[in-house]
Write a protein that binds this ligand. Structure first.
Ligand code: ADP
Length: 152
């Protein structure tokens, strides 16, 4: 059976931290589905189409990475997509606290789906989409934080 991991998030926008997690994951899973969760309560800076286009471009040469979007519960989408694993990145203890409660809730809902955490590489551990958005909005130099070729 194929080992398929779903990597859910907002990716508003994708950062080098996200790419690092996916590249590590490719060494462990057969396929990774990067899935942008559409959250009507949370207003994104970039459109869904734009966020998807950037991610597709970053992984254009990687046939084992698929990019999609979903609405509703992540675990329900995993089921639909045939993913038995949820991939999440951890940068800090704060991330862990937050991620642990989500993982437990997901486990309660669908016990067969396992969440796998990958520790961020030290050089990417302080990159977040929130910081990147702030730099972009204030016209700072964001190039070290986002994958090469992405221009805002
Ligand atoms: P969310 O909107 O759910 O916070 P994000 O798009 O910010 O989602 O992130 C998706 C996933 O990528 C989360 O698991 C997050 O912890 C992880 N992530 C974000 N930035 C980094 C980073 N610099 N290093 C490792 N993991 C990261």
């Amino acid at each position: 059976m194929e080992n398929i991991a779903l990597f859910p998030g907002s990716f508003d926008p994708i950062t080098r931290g996200h790419v690092d997690v996916v590249r590590k994951g490719l060494g462990m899973f057969d396929r990774i589905i990067i899935a942008i969760g559409v959250n009507t309560q949370k207003k994104a800076l970039f459109s869904l189409e734009q966020r998807m286009a950037w991610i597709k471009d970053v992984f254009r040469d990687e046939a084992r990475v698929e990019v999609t979007s979903y609405e509703g519960l992540t675990v329900e989408f995993c089921r639909k997509a045939g993913a038995g694993l949820i991939l999440r990145g951890l940068r800090s203890g704060g991330d862990f606290e937050y991620e642990q409660s989500i993982a437990y809730a997901n486990k309660e809902m669908i016990p067969e789906i396992e969440t796998v955490f990958l520790l961020s590489s030290p050089s990417y551990s302080n990159i977040s989409s929130t910081i990147v958005r702030d730099i972009i909005v204030n016209k700072g130099n964001y190039s070290k934080f986002v994958p090469e070729g992405i221009v805002f």
